[in-house]
Write a protein that binds this ligand. Structure first.
Ligand code: ATP
Ligand code: MG
Length: 454
């Protein structure tokens, strides 16, 4: 019994009050990205397991321990996507988009699945807003995505530190890998079991381990920046000078290697101090080898993934004022004993909805008093009640629920008149908010629930 009334561990329902906040974050992110020319891409929630194995990397935590993998009825191994880049790269190849003019820029809002230990800011199903830019090897491609992330984070007033690093290319990383291996091999006893394995397969991963002992050891390890080849070094200088030119502050952090194998050269993270341990709101970088690794033509690319749940938490903690959940513009009540009044109310509501007003009426066959109580709870801006008298006179009294003011309105002009009443009320309620704000600054509270004392 308990199982069917409890969502699986690490998942979260978003009820209307919260979901509209997540939707606001996604909308701002998406609309901002569209001004940069990132077109929306939608890819499947599950892909062939091999895609993530090859794309994300068989030695990563994500693939080794965290994937939701299952066989379908025909015995095919599929996995729920743990991230969005591999699917986007697969679609880029499958649809031959490398034949289109570069760069090809995509944005997406997706759910991702990772079997991780659930905690604040860490879920098993979480949501990401991401972008990918395929086809440019130039550093302006990644500074463009960094600037985009910074703009979105800034919109929500979130304080976040941008940390950047270069992890080099295949050539310079070879030498670095050897140096890392030598360093960690001298300290194998202090490594966790997973990292002991990584020493052979992918020593870079050790730098990303969250085990405290490995972390401490990693602090003394050789630094990739000392091993960069001339091209990678020049590229990283380009990134930094472009960020300087754009006025985007950053810290170079040689410990950032990112958890996914496909990264090359630039990697970056935006870390917000208001979040504590799970502070990374956005991570990304360049992944020049991925498309080729998946069987496409060599295609440089870069992008980022932004955690929406973490963005929400950080925005709330930073005092961002989200739009309020929507309340009905108009609630039309009716005399439940009069079928003609009920139909008239339903028709008025339908007409209002035609004009995209949020209009509502009672569908529970309640008394007029109960209907009005419901309208009040929903925060309706205006109400009206239709009965025999209103039908006969062709006129109804419309009540402004904020001020209590009543206005007679002809039923055949209802829609147009409501439009005027709503816009007048919007202006005056904003004005009164402003006045209330000014008075509050002087210690006087005139809000309805305030005590009115100085
Ligand atoms: P972390 O270091 O926090 O585990 P990550 O490097 O695994 O993050 P990415 O794979 O880069 O994260 O994913 C991009 C973003 O998605 C992260 O910066 C974070 O905001 C978010 N994210 C990643 N994993 C989770 C999760 N389990 N729950 C909620 N958000 C997540
Ligand atoms: Mg992780």
């Amino acid at each position: 019994m308990a199982l069917i009334t409890k969502a699986p561990r690490g998942t979260a329902d978003a009820l209307p009050g919260d979901s509209c906040r997540l939707a606001e974050i996604e909308k701002v992110a998406s609309e901002t990205a569209s001004t940069y020319g990132f077109g929306e891409i939608r890819t499947p929630v599950f892909e062939h397991t091999e895609l993530f194995d090859r794309g994300v990397g068989g030695t990563t935590d994500v693939v080794q321990k965290e994937m939701y993998t299952f066989d379908d009825n025909s015995g095919r191994s599929l996995s729920l996507r743990p991230e969005g880049t591999a699917g986007a790269a697969r679609a880029f190849i499958e649809h031959g988009l490398f034949n289109e003019p570069a760069p090809q820029k995509f944005r997406y809002g997706i759910s991702c699945f990772r079997y991780e230990k659930p905690q604040s800011g860490r879920l098993r199903e979480f949501h990401q807003f991401g972008v990918e830019s395929f086809g440019s090897a130039h550093f302006t491609a990644e500074t463009e995505v960094i600037e985009l992330a910074s703009r979105i984070i800034g919109w929500f007033g979130i304080e976040a530190v941008l940390r950047i690093n270069s992890i080099g290319c295949r050539e310079c990383r070879g030498e670095y890998r050897a140096a890392l291996k030598e360093y960690f091999a001298a300290h194998t006893d202090s490594l966790c079991d997973t990292c002991k394995g990584r020493l052979e397969t992918n020593p870079l991963r050790i730098l990303d381990c969250k085990n405290p002992e490995c972390h401490e050891l990693a602090a003394g390890a050789p630094v990739i920046l000392d091993y960069l080849c001339d091209d990678c070094r020049a590229h990283f200088e380009g990134v930094k000078s472009m960020l300087d030119g754009l006025g985007i502050k950053y810290e170079v952090d040689p410990m950032i290697v990112r958890g996914l194998d496909y990264y090359t050269r630039t990697v970056f993270e935006f870390v917000s101090p208001v979040l504590g341990a799970q502070g990374t709101v956005c991570g990304g970088g360049r992944y020049d080898g991925l498309v080729e690794e998946l069987g496409g033509p060599p295609t440089p690319a870069c992008g980022f993934g932004m955690g929406l749940e973490r963005m929400l938490l950080a925005a709330e903690r930073s005092g961002y004022e989200f739009s309020r959940p929507e309340a009905p513009d108009v609630f039309v009540g009716y005399d439940p004993s009069d079928p003609a009044a009920m139909t008239a109310a339903a028709r008025l509501v339908s007409e209002l909805r035609d004009s995209f007003f949020y209009a509502d009426f009672d569908v529970c066959s309640r008394s007029v008093k109960a209907q009005m109580k419901y309208a009040g709870k929903k925060g309706a801006r205006f109400t009206a009640v239709i009965g025999g008298r209103e039908l006969e006179s062709g006129e109804v009294s419309v009540k402004n629920m904020r001020t209590g003011e009543q206005t007679p309105v002809r039923l055949d002009e209802f829609c147009e008149r409501i439009f005027g009443l709503i816009s007048d009320d919007l202006v005056s309620s904003e004005l009164s908010d402003e006045v209330a704000g000014e008075l509050a600054e002087r210690g006087i509270d005139i809000r309805p629930d305030g005590d009115g004392k100085e």
